[in-house]
Ligand binder design. Structure first.
Ligand SMILES: C=CC1=C(C)c2cc3[nH]c(cc4nc(cc5[nH]c(cc1n2)c(C)c5CCC(=O)O)C(CCC(=O)O)=C4C)c(C)c3C=C
Ligand SMILES: [Fe+2]
Ligand SMILES: [Fe+2]
Length: 333
């Protein structure tokens, strides 16, 4: 019996309205988000977080002033613990949460990890698709603090894991039936968080992996629908991945529309405000007849199975095949 600590990584979000500016500062002060050296990055992060905070506060106010991301991640951690116990009862797992820009930070895990004394630590990002702006940032923050005392392994990405794909397919099929879309001219808009184009130009595999996930979902979905990938939540003036979700809503206004959040695995600001309020209003303005948003994966059983399977494969040192082409070489396989 091995003792295994599984670190679930997520981005975090403000716990109340007074934490919005601090959360934004942590985000923009990350060298994987703003690549300037210090003190310039620190100064720019101060400037952007103070100028953006009113806009962000208005967004968070629409969810009651805080982000549900921690509660949703805790629910996923609990479901994962149950699933691991069921599939791999011979090992002892403890799931811990590490948020990148809000509590609990990686440093906050020190006491629990020391107390548990794991034989190994598995890093498991709640980002199925690898990006330097998310997974790399979380790994770079965590690893140096614990690597001298513990054996650390990581699941860098799982964009094609079969249970993950099945989880999306089941959510889409259920929503298709519930919204009576059979026989209608339906388009699925797969909406992912955008990232700056320059990240992809520098070898970030995020966009390639999103496209691979969507191809796998569509391959045997067996619904008569068209589909398109689009990108939301752009920030600032750089060129970000396109097409944008709002432009695709406009371009497809004559169709029945299913919006599938892809790359987000729980509901939070980006889905609950941007997709459910802002883009729903936009769709109404453009006369879209059916606008339905498929809920994020959350604790859907196949998704939790995919997390458990990826963890156990890593514990058992199963070799992982490189799937990304060599120009997108930033992920650790
Ligand atoms: C796959 C997920 C995400 C990627 C990639 C990502 C990149 C990215 N985000 C920003 C800027 C902001 N993100 C904000 C919130 C936010 N972003 C994600 C996910 C990804 N971000 C999550 C889960 C959240 C938290 C949502 C919540 O409920 O709290 C925000 C704050 C909100 C706002 O003001 O719009 C900002 C700002 C950048 C710059 C970036 C890549 C460079
Ligand atoms: Fe973001
Ligand atoms: Fe990878």
């Amino acid at each position: 019996m091995k003792k295994i600590a599984v670190i679930l990584f997520n981005l975090g979000g403000p716990s109340d309205i007074d934490h919005v500016e601090g959360f934004l500062f942590n985000l923009f002060n990350d060298k994987n988000i703003i690549t300037l050296p210090n003190p310039f990055r620190w100064l720019l992060a101060k400037l952007i977080s103070s100028t953006r905070s009113n806009k962000s506060k208005k967004l968070y106010q629409q969810m009651g002033g805080s982000s549900p991301i921690l509660k949703n991640t805790q629910d996923q951690a609990e479901a994962l613990a149950i699933k691991l116990k069921e599939i791999d009862p011979d090992n002892q797992y403890e799931i811990m949460i590490s948020m990148r820009y809000s509590k609990p930070f990686s440093d906050d895990l020190r006491e629990s990890i020391d107390k548990f004394k794991p034989d190994e630590i598995i890093l498991l990002p709640l980002y199925p698709q690898y990006s330097t702006t998310t997974t790399k940032s979380s790994f770079e923050d965590f690893i140096p603090k614990f690597k001298d005392e513990f054996k650390i392994k990581s699941v860098c990405c799982y964009p094609l894991e079969e249970n993950y794909i099945k989880s999306h397919q089941e959510k889409i099929r259920k929503s298709y039936l519930e919204n009576n879309l059979k026989g209608k001219d339906v388009v699925i808009l797969f909406s992912a968080h955008s990232i700056p184009q320059k990240c992809v130009d520098n070898g970030d595999p995020y966009q390639w992996q999103i496209e691979a996930t969507v191809r796998a979902i569509m391959r045997d979905l067996n619904l008569e629908v068209s589909h398109k990938i689009c990108y939301q939540s752009r920030v600032g003036r750089l060129k970000w991945l396109e097409p944008s979700t709002d432009s695709e809503i406009k371009n497809n206004k004559d169709k029945s529309m299913m919006i599938v959040p892809i790359a987000f695995v729980s509901d939070h600001l980006e889905t609950l405000v941007e997709l459910d309020i802002d883009y729903k209003l936009l769709a109404n303005d453009y006369g879209v007849k059916d606008y339905c948003r498929v809920s994020a994966l959350g604790i859907e059983d196949n998704f939790i199975k995919s997390l458990a399977k990826s963890t156990i494969d890593s514990v058992n040192d199963l070799p992982r095949m490189r799937i990304c082409p060599k120009e997108f070489c930033k992920c650790g396989v």
